[in-house]
Ligand binder design. Structure first.
Ligand code: G3H
Length: 539
């Protein structure tokens, strides 16, 4: 099922009332040192991927604007975070863990009250469909809840002493300092909060810059941040990464850099830090996850998982299947099933029931995808699905390219959108070569039922990627599982419990086991003299 260019985008009155945005939102406020400051300078207009048809003129709806802070304003936020941290003695980092958890729980309660507004903005700002927008919101709330539970457990485990080789020690986790958190536009709430919340709850103070798109949706949460945390613990800035983040990194005052985006962007920012070894980086970067379909695969399972893997949120997931490697013998049968499945996907506006394919938020994205397709077709590939690659304004109907070969750009470049390259292979050695030589190493999916062959690919891949999915698409969840990547795909591991470890470091207080130490340590603990050295237990 393709789409009708003339009627695809709605007139304002065709939008169901509950999904209309209302007034243009001119955001001027940003959060620094517990205060919502008003920005009087330049602003950035927010153009929605949803276009409106106004008497036959179809153009992106401009739904509001956000501040374009300058370097001085951004440094103001950093200084507020540095002061709030105060070398680890600020109110937030020295607060008892139980109390920090209570602040996060208060935030979660206030955040939940904003669900409808945030979900609506997810649809309007990044074009995510209603079901997935709701899922993103709810998953983030679950993540925050699980983080609180996981921290309690972590803290309980460090409440005691360890005794080894005549040395007794208490080992506890402490924060690093100031964390800069930046998330991606495809999960502007979930992925950002999956670093921000663990960094914060561990006692770091935060400068948070929302993603490139999906910015206004943080606005309903500004008050919740302001009301839930001590001044300076969370600071929220807006503007271009170059203008606002460059001075922060150059200042050398950033201790943790949590960034989800491209490896080139991360490298450029990391390089600016004058003391590289003081900077802890937690990065989620590019990926080109392959789906490998072996000749003994269940082709119905493979086709439906590959369609979901390649096209959920229009292929704009870091975990999306971005290339399909299909064994020659079954290539035709697989392609038929894949195309039949793709044709069932409904195109439309994000709020429409059952819609899967929606407009894309990045300006010029359709043209970028068109170039990738033109490059591939000029080198021998064909667009094999009906309507593949047709586009209108911000909507691009998926293009399936077949057969794709190594000299085509789409063979290596991350398309991050609805173009699906299909490559054929004869032997497993060809697949192994692809995996080993790939620039990125996040995940892959193997579709097959023959144990020897699947096992062989598992063994090739185990040292190349962070997760191997069997007869299932690639994905991050469940969020309690480790999420990482090899090569240029990531730095550090995230999961509910791993993230707490990424944003903290263990400090050890050790003493020889003798009467004098026992008396000294015993006195400190009994009299509650130290915040760190304590056997207090969170129930
Ligand atoms: O964009 C990358 C996300 O972490 C992927 O998460 O697999 O749950 O869509 P997901």
């Amino acid at each position: 099922m393709s789409f009708n260019k003339d009627t695809f985008f709605p007139t304002p009155t065709e939008i169901p009332e509950q999904y209309r945005l209302g007034d243009y939102q001119e955001q001027r406020e940003y959060l620094v040192d517990g205060k919502l400051l008003e920005w009087a300078g330049e602003v950035n207009p927010i153009a929605s991927p949803v276009c409106l048809n106004l008497d036959g003129n179809v153009a992106p709806a401009v739904i509001g604007s956000t501040p374009l802070l300058d370097a001085e304003a951004s440094m103001g936020a950093l200084n507020a975070a540095v002061n709030a941290y105060s070398s680890g003695h600020g109110e937030w980092p020295s607060m008892r863990i139980e109390e920090r958890i209570a602040h996060v729980e208060k935030f979660l309660k206030l955040m939940r009250e904003q669900r409808d507004e945030v979900v609506k903005l997810l649809m309007w700002e990044i074009g995510k469909n209603l079901k997935d927008s709701e899922k993103e919101f709810d998953r983030t709330c679950d993540y925050i809840e699980d983080t609180c539970a996981s921290l309690k457990e972590l803290d309980r485990n460090s409440a005691g002493f360890e005794i080894e080789q005549g040395t007794m020690a208490q080992i506890r986790r402490v924060p690093f300092g100031v964390a800069v958190c930046m998330g991606p536009y495809n999960y502007p709430l979930n992925e950002t909060f999956s670093t921000l919340i663990p960094a914060l709850i561990m006692g770091n103070t935060i400068v948070f810059k929302p993603a490139k798109y999906g910015v206004l949706l943080i606005r309903p949460l500004l008050k919740a941040f302001q009301e839930s945390f001590p001044a300076g613990a969370v600071n929220i800035i807006y503007g271009s990464g170059h203008t606002t983040i460059t001075p922060l990194m150059e200042s050398g005052k950033v201790d943790v850099f949590a960034f989800i985006g491209t490896n080139k962007g991360a490298a450029a920012l990391k390089k600016l830090h004058p003391k590289p070894h003081r900077l802890r980086s937690v990065l989620g970067l590019d990926a080109k996850n392959p789906g490998i379909v072996l000749k003994h695969a269940d082709l119905d399972v493979a086709a439906s998982e590959c369609v979901a893997g390649a096209l959920s949120f229009n292929g704009q997931r870091c975990t999306a299947l971005k290339i399909l490697l299909v064994q020659e013998d079954i290539a035709e049968a697989f392609v038929d099933k894949f195309l039949a499945q793709l044709a069932t996907l409904k195109s439309g506006m994000p709020w429409e029931t059952g819609v899967a394919l929606t407009p894309l938020p990045e300006p010029g994205k359709a043209q970028f995808l068109e170039q990738l397709v033109a490059d591939a077709t000029s080198k021998g590939a064909k667009v094999i699905n009906e309507g593949g690659g047709e586009f209108a304004q911000t909507f691009y109907y998926p293009a399936v390219l077949y057969p794709v070969t190594p000299e085509m750009r789409v063979y290596r470049e991350e398309q991050f959108g609805p173009v699906i390259p299909i490559v054929t292979f004869e032997t497993l050695d060809e697949v192994s070569d692809y995996i080993v030589n790939a620039e990125f190493g996040q995940q892959l999916s193997i579709f097959g039922t023959e144990p020897k062959e699947v096992a062989r690919l598992i063994d090739t891949s185990a040292s190349q990627v962070g997760r191997i999915n069997l007869n299932a698409q690639c994905q991050r969840g469940p969020d309690t599982f480790p999420f990482n990547g090899r090569k240029d795909s990531a730095e550090g591991t995230l999961s509910v419990s791993d993230a707490l470890r990424q944003f903290s470091i263990r400090t050890v207080v050790a003493a020889k086991v003798n009467d004098a130490s026992k008396e000294l340590v015993g006195d400190i603990i009994r009299n509650g003299e130290s915040d760190f050295l304590s056997t207090e237990y969170i129930f």
